[in-house]
Design a protein around this ligand. Structure first.
Ligand code: BDR
Ligand code: CA
Length: 324
């Protein structure tokens, strides 16, 4: 008898790297995707929902796709079409899926699915608005979640929207702050983990294309604008895949080679460092002299597990298997 699949819920602002992460989950024999909830981020929520439906159909899967928040909790939405294209998938004119979105709001779906599925694992690939709304509606839901993998932040390093912040946290820092304080067992997968040797280089891309599968072709093509944007932004050549890195760690936790638990605070007030994920590696948060600054984080009692190192060769192998 085979092992039971682990239940997961994916929250996503579906654009090009999100789509590849969805493919990894939908093709995995390890997990059962109970629902895909969609949030505004890379593109408006309507477009992100269309992209999620398209990807589900491409995989031949049958999973409810539920739209949610159309904007951050208190701020205006800032999209990343400059990175992913206006449609989020590189502007190649993919024909929309014939499938329909599920009824309801993503936040209610998160509450309902978590209640029905004790021990479920959640992964967030976009701004944390939907999850913040869900936790606000039902704070007790956190006790039913066994893992919450968050693609977000730039712990102790440079961000990708500003020198201080990574996109998912920067877009809705108030939501990130609420989720980080909620008591969810968070594993933080920061943007820096998809850089350097984790970027799909030209030989990786050639290998993917040699598979000749529609999924490999799609994964490369839908990231065409993202590849150019990465080069403009960082000078790196290739395709960087932050969401698939997080998905890899969700599917196989041993891909995270080094992690540690810390209080993490999200900056919400400063214009300069909005959305910065400040990780207390120095253990100053519990020092009474720092009480005023760290109190809300410390007294929420929650430390986050921050991933520092990715097993790049094994992650690429997992990714390639999903696209073969
Ligand atoms: C994150 O922001 C988005 O552009 C990507 O989809 C990813 O979730 C990386 O900062
Ligand atoms: Ca994303």
């Amino acid at each position: 008898m085979g092992r039971a699949r682990r239940s997961i819920l994916i929250d996503t602002d579906t654009a090009s790297d999100d789509a590849v992460a969805l493919i990894m989950a939908l093709r995995s024999s390890e997990v059962q995707v109970e629902a895909i909830t969609v949030v505004a981020g890379n593109v408006p929520v309507e477009q992100a929902s269309r992209n999620a439906l398209f990807t589900v159909e491409l995989c031949g899967a049958d999973v409810p796709v539920v739209p949610g928040a159309g904007k951050p909790l208190i701020r205006d939405l800032q999209t990343a079409d400059w990175f992913h294209g206006r449609d989020g998938l590189g502007d190649h004119g993919y024909a929309p899926s014939n499938a329909s979105l599920a009824q309801g709001h993503a936040a209610d779906t998160i509450v309902k699915v978590v209640r029905q599925t004790p021990g479920i694992e959640i992964i967030t690939l976009g701004p944390l608005t939907n999850l913040a709304l869900a936790v606000d509606r039902d704070p007790a839901l956190v006790t039913n979640v066994s893992r919450c993998v968050v693609m977000g932040g730039a712990p102790c390093c440079e961000g990708n929207v500003t020198p201080a912040a990574e996109f998912n946290i920067w877009v809705d820092p108030e939501a990130a702050r609420a989720v980080f304080r909620s008591g969810l067992p968070i594993e933080l997968v920061g943007w820096q983990l998809c850089r350097g040797s984790a970027v799909l280089a030209n030989d990786d891309i050639a290998r993917l294309k040699s598979f000749g599968t529609k999924l490999a072709e799609f994964a490369v093509t839908c990231n065409s604008i993202a590849m150019r944007a990465l080069h403009t932004q960082t000078g790196e050549i290739g395709i960087s895949l932050p969401d698939p890195v997080a998905m890899g760690i969700l599917l196989d936790p041993s891909l995270c080679l080094a992690s540690s638990d810390h209080f993490v605070k999200v900056e919400t007030t400063s214009a300069l460092t909005r959305g910065m994920t400040v990780v207390d590696r120095l253990n100053v948060a519990t020092d009474p002299r720092n009480r005023e600054v760290w109190a809300e984080t410390v007294y929420s009692g929650t430390q986050l597990n921050v991933c520092w190192q990715l097993d790049v060769p094994r992650w690429k192998a997992l990714l390639f298997d999903a696209l073969r």
